[in-house]
Design a protein around this ligand. Structure first.
Ligand SMILES: Nc1ncnc2c1ncn2[C@@H]1O[C@H](COP(=O)(O)OP(=O)(O)OP(=O)(O)O)[C@@H](O)[C@H]1O
Length: 312
C-alpha cells in the first residue's frame, strides 16, 4: 500500500504539489491525470525521491520512504518513463539486468528473469536479447523499458507517460499487456498520463490534478457519475460519459437469462466493444460465454444502453 499524506512541494515559493493525500491499494493501478504543469510528475517523483518533498509523508507498506537511502529506494521501486532511458551501449538483456545486477543476484537467476520478461513482453529472447536499443522500434524500446523497470520484481512500479510515444494501435496493445502483466506479477502501479482513454482503460482509481491540487480521487465510475468539480467533468468530457461507462464495465455484469443468435462474446468483453459488435452485426442481443466457452446467457443492446445512461 502506498500512503501519500498531506504532501507538498514548492519551487520559488510556488506550490506545484499542494497538500495531496491519497492511498493506493496493493496490487491496484492508480492513474494520475490533469493539465500540463499540474504537478503529476513531481508527485510521482516524490514517491521514489527523485524529488524531495517539503512536507507531508509518503509510506510504502507502512515504511516512511525517507527511512531508506534514495538510491536503495530506487532499486526497490520500478520506474518507467516515456523516453524509456535505455542505455545505448548495452544490449537489451544487459539493460533489463541492470537492477538485479546492482542487487547482486546470481547470474543464473538474472538470466532466467531476463528471459521470462522478454517472453512476457512478446520479444523472442533469442532474437532481441543481444540487440542494442538503436536496433529496436519505438514500441519495442518502450516494452524493454517497462521490462527493465519490472526486472527486480518491485512491489511498486511508477510510470510516467510510458506509452506516450506509441501509435494508437500499439498503444492499446501495450495497455492490455500491462494489465495482464500487472495481474500476473501483482504489482502496485501509479501511472501518469495525459490520455483519458488510457486512464479509463487501466485505472482502478483515477486521481485528477489541477494546479498542484488533487481535485478528485475515485473509481472511473465515480468520476463519470459524480464529478467533484466542473473541471473534472470537463476533463472526462460530458459527451463521452456513456461511452466511458460502457468502456469500464464488462458483459458479465449485464448478462441475463435467455438466448440470442450469432457468435457469442466472452463475459470479459467490455460493454463498449459489445455495443460496437451488436451495432455492426445488426443484432439486438448476443449470447455470452465464460472464459472456458460455457454459455452464461445473453445481453441485449437495449439493456447495455440503459446501463450507460445518467440518472433517470
Ligand atoms: N526543478 C524544478 N524547478 C522549478 N520548477 C519546477 C521544477 N520541476 C517542475 N517545476 C514546475 O512545477 C510545475 C509542475 O511540474 P510537473 O512536471 O510536476 O507537471 P506535470 O503535471 O507532470 O506536467 P506535464 O503534464 O506537462 O508533464 C510546473 O509548473 C513546472 O514548471
Amino acid at each position: 500500500m502506498i500512503e501519500i499524506d498531506g504532501v507538498s512541494k514548492s519551487y520559488d515559493g510556488r506550490a506545484v504539489v499542494d497538500n495531496v493525500t491519497m492511498v493506493v491499494q496493493p496490487r491496484s493501478i492508480a492513474v494520475i491525470v490533469g493539465t500540463s504543469g499540474s504537478g503529476k510528475t513531481t508527485l510521482l517523483r516524490m514517491i521514489n525521491r527523485l524529488v524531495e518533498r517539503d512536507s507531508g509523508s509518503i509510506r510504502l507498506d507502512a515504511e516512511d520512504n525517507r527511512s531508506i537511502p534514495g538510491y536503495l529506494l530506487r532499486r526497490r521501486i520500478g520506474y518507467a518513463i516515456q523516453e524509456h532511458g535505455l542505455f545505448p551501449h548495452r544490449t537489451v538483456s544487459e539493460n533489463i539486468a541492470t537492477v538485479p545486477r546492482l542487487l547482486g543476484w546470481a547470474p543464473s537467476r538474472i538470466n532466467a528473469k531476463v528471459r521470462e520478461l522478454l517472453v512476457l513482453f512478446q520479444l523472442d529472447p533469442d532474437i532481441f536479447g543481444s540487440r542494442y536499443p538503436h536496433e529496436l522500434s519505438g514500441g519495442e524500446k518502450q516494452r524493454v523499458g517497462v521490462a527493465r523497470a519490472l526486472a527486480a520484481e518491485p512491489n511498486v512500479l511508477l510510470m510516467d507517460e510510458p506509452f506516450g510515444a506509441l501509435d494508437p494501435v500499439i498503444r492499446a496493445k501495450a495497455q492490455d499487456d500491462l494489465r495482464t502483466i500487472q495481474r500476473h506479477l501483482r504489482t502496485t502501479i501509479i501511472l501518469v498520463t495525459h490520455d483519458m482513454e488510457e486512464a479509463f482503460r487501466l485505472a482502478d482509481k483515477i486521481a485528477v490534478m489541477d494546479a498542484g491540487r488533487l481535485l478528485q480521487y475515485g473509481t472511473p465510475d465515480d468520476l463519470v457519475r459524480r464529478p467533484a468539480t466542473p473541471f473534472v467533468e470537463a476533463l472526462i468530457g460530458a459527451r463521452e460519459r456513456p461511452f466511458r461507462l460502457l468502456a469500464i464495465n464488462t458483459l458479465g455484469e449485464a448478462v441475463e437469462v435467455g438466448e440470442a443468435d450469432g457468435p457469442p462474446l466472452p463475459a470479459d468483453t467490455s460493454q463498449k466493444d459489445a455495443v460496437a459488435e451488436m451495432v455492426w452485426s445488426r443484432r439486438g442481443a448476443v449470447p455470452v460465454v465464460s472464459s472456458d466457452g460455457s454459455p452464461l446467457g445473453r445481453v441485449t443492446l437495449e439493456a447495455l444502453l440503459r446501463r450507460a445512461g445518467g440518472p433517470s
